[in-house]
Design a protein around this ligand. Sequence first.
Ligand code: PMP
Length: 379
Amino acid sequence: METKFIEAHKFNITGPDYIYKINPYIPGKPIEEVERERGIKNIIKLASNENPLGPSPRALRAIRAHLKNLNRYPDGSGFYLKKELVGFFNSKKGKSKNFSAGNFILGNGSNELIDIAVRTFCKKDENIIAPFPSFVAYYLAAEQLGIPLKATALNNFTIDLPIILTAIDDKTKIIFVSNPNNPTGTFIPSKKIKEFIQNVRDSILIVIDEAYIDYAGPSILDVSDISSFPNVLVLRTFSKAYGLAGLRAGYGIGHKEMVSLMERVREPFNVNSLSLAGAAAALSDADYVEKVVKTNKEEKKYLYSSLKKSGIKYIETGANFILCEIKGKKAVDVNESLLDMGVIVRPMDRFGYEDMIRVTIGTRAENVKLIRSLKKLFC
Ligand code: PMP
């Protein structure tokens, strides 16, 4: 039953000034609610860069098997998932080798690890550098603690590493680099990232966020021995190529001392037991990830050619989403029209791109519906 009690009284507790300045993250409405509001059915969601193929079947089996243990707290050390991660990375061909459990920190999604990194390493008078536009969690992590953030411009929709170098000052503590970058999708070859790291002093934490690396690659871990970069934290997630966004599981890879400091800030049971079980099982489901990446590649090709035919410009992507230009129309208006046709995308006005939308690469049926809807608006 709804009560008006709370609104009837003045809320008298104030927070620090920087809390009032936070630009809150606005999550999309649930599909069912949009369907109810607009009186339509079979809406497709291409707004959040989710995996359209569903979760890894192996992960689902592991999760089901763990349901009966929900009366227990999760394993706070993430022992088995870390063991799987160690095996996974040590058996890979890349240049980074000899990992141990102490090189991994687990998060409630990689998003949480962004917050933990800032809370662990940033002092109030230090600053963070992040390109704009990029993943909003970088800006939020800084804003929540009142830490100044220097936003550097992109160059042709790509993160401009030389500009970041010029933005560094003696108070810079963390640099965020999303590779591929969200929301533009552009990928910087990891060899260039390696050169960049070599040009940054080692008292600055460089976070290389590889949420979408499975779609692009090779990773910084493949082209360089990460143990020679003690100031680099690589972030990965199970939300994208592993199809487990709802579980909330991600991890960071870095120097043991870096990880042990971040472990002090981590909430003891931050990753729940179903996430631990599902993520560990998903990691060994190489066939599933291969299928996901192959499908994404094929569907990207289909979307590129269909967008071209419809006269819609796009930015070439290394990820599972595409940034599209919508010919002088307003992103918010196009978003509304697409919603009426049962397609949820992400308008980019909040990122400073008034005439762009970001679309997740879906299944063939979803992509056909997207293109048909766009054609109704533009052709
Ligand atoms: N990094 C980037 C660049 C992202 O786009 C996202 C999710 N959209 C994340 C990290 C966070 O992913 P999660 O918290 O689901 O692991």
